[in-house]
Design a protein around this ligand. Structure first.
Ligand SMILES: Cc1ncc(COP(=O)(O)O)c(C=O)c1O
Length: 398
């Protein structure tokens, strides 16, 4: 069979290959990119789905508008307003089947073969793959502990004239890094100055452990003249409520949104109306603030447990910035004292010791750092985290 040439540009993710090993009995996994299923608010979601069926069964079980179920668009607009983006009307966002679909729609609407896009190095692997599928040349911008280096980014924009710049400014996957307020404003100025679309992907912004992070680019764009027109914002309920609901959204200017809606029509017609009605009922019920408080508290403890255990058991063999939110801890092997500095080899040895994580190289579109790796602290409880880190120490010294 002759498959489309575009498939030659992507390969099955190394992470998926690794997941096949996770079925081994007794493995402690720091590899996943998902929330802990033990923390789903099952009762709240059950009540919301029952309310959807009791109050609006006709709409919840029928075909719906491609743009999204209006009551949910209203709830999402209010949800974002609570977080500082006060001027995003329901009509200025569309509901997508996970934020992954928002990224796909952006790829479809914006990218021609040979176009350049800029992402952070490292960034979310599925975005790299998705943009490559549309033929993009994906260029990596340098990042540090405060997110993307904006001067470096401006040079790359001027040199490559990209179709878009994709950023995860808050608790990035995999870096855990958060862009400072000053840099956020600068990014928005760059978008307006160079008339370059900036995509803000923000599935983790609500998962902060102490102080709230700086406002999203979307919220700040109200203060930076000319920037809103060059901004697209992707949101998701996956990491805070449930990824199985597949509720994401895309807020963008009217022209881009209209084209994304057209592409979505040909893709899935609309996101599940039942899932949308359930999510709308959930948000309306006022349960979200308590849910957020609970997940923040649990992940904060797990992140601290993992950071402390890494310091205590792996010492100067690793370096990392303690995450202030999100699900991930991004680690670099220092190689100090002749210790292992290759994260791929470390991952193989770790599996033998009964602990799994994802080596960092697949997260780089260019210039991979082979000493980097991503640990998720989200799905194992604190005892398992401590035991998993003990196994990592054994693997490092094996
Ligand atoms: C940065 C980032 N964007 C988007 C997604 C996709 O999430 P969803 O499609 O479940 O909203 C993920 C999931 O891991 C992610 O880490």
């Amino acid at each position: 069979m002759q498959f489309a040439d575009r498939l030659n540009k992507v390969e099955t993710s190394a992470i998926r290959e690794l997941f096949k090993l996770l079925g081994k009995p007794g493995i402690i996994s720091f590899a996943g990119g998902f929330p802990d299923s033990a923390m789903f608010d099952v009762a709240g979601i059950e009540a919301a789905s029952r309310a959807a069926l009791q109050q609006e069964a006709g709409a919840a079980l029928q075909y719906g508008a491609t743009e999204g179920y209006q009551p949910l668009r209203e709830q999402l607009s209010a949800f974002m307003a609570d977080k500082g983006a006060r001027d995003v009307a329901p009509e200025q966002l569309i509901v997508t089947t996970g934020s992954q679909q928002a990224l796909d729609l952006l790829g479809k609407t914006m990218i021609d073969p040979g176009d350049k896009v800029i992402v952070e190095g490292p960034t979310f692997l599925a975005t790299i793959q998705c943009f490559r599928l549309y033929g993009a040349e994906v260029i990596s911008a340098p990042v540090d502990g405060q997110g993307v280096d904006v001067d470096g980014l401006e040079k790359l924009i001027a040199e490559h004239r990209p179709k878009l710049v994709y950023l995860i400014p808050t608790f990035g996957n995999p870096s855990g890094a958060t862009l400072s307020l000053e840099r956020r404003k600068k990014v928005l100025e760059l978008a307006a100055k160079h008339q370059t679309l900036v995509v803000e992907d923000d599935p983790y912004g609500d998962l902060y452990f102490g102080e709230a992070p700086p406002p999203s680019l979307l919220a700040l764009s109200a203060q930076v003249p000319g920037s809103r027109a060059w901004l697209a914002h992707c949101g998701s309920l996956s990491k805070v409520l449930s990824p199985g609901l597949r509720i994401g959204w895309l807020a963008a200017g009217p022209e881009l949104l209209a084209r994304a809606v057209m592409c979505k029509q040909f893709s899935d017609a609309h996101t599940s109306t039942f899932a949308q009605a359930t999510a709308a009922q959930y948000l309306k019920s006022g349960l979200m603030p308590a849910t957020l408080a609970r997940v923040r508290e649990v992940y904060a403890r797990r992140a601290k447990t993992m950071g402390d255990a890494l310091h205590a058991q792996l010492g100067d063999a690793v370096e990392f910035v303690q995450p202030q939110g999100g699900l991930f801890l991004w680690v670099r092997l220092t190689g100090k004292g002749g210790k292992l500095a290759d994260a791929g080899e470390f991952a193989r040895r770790a599996i033998e010791q009964g602990v799994a994580f994802v080596p960092g190289t697949p997260f780089f579109a260019q210039n991979p750092d082979p000493s980097s790796l991503r640990l998720s602290f989200a799905t194992a409880d604190e005892d398992r985290i401590r035991e998993g880190v003990t196994r990592l120490a054994k693997a490092l010294n094996a």
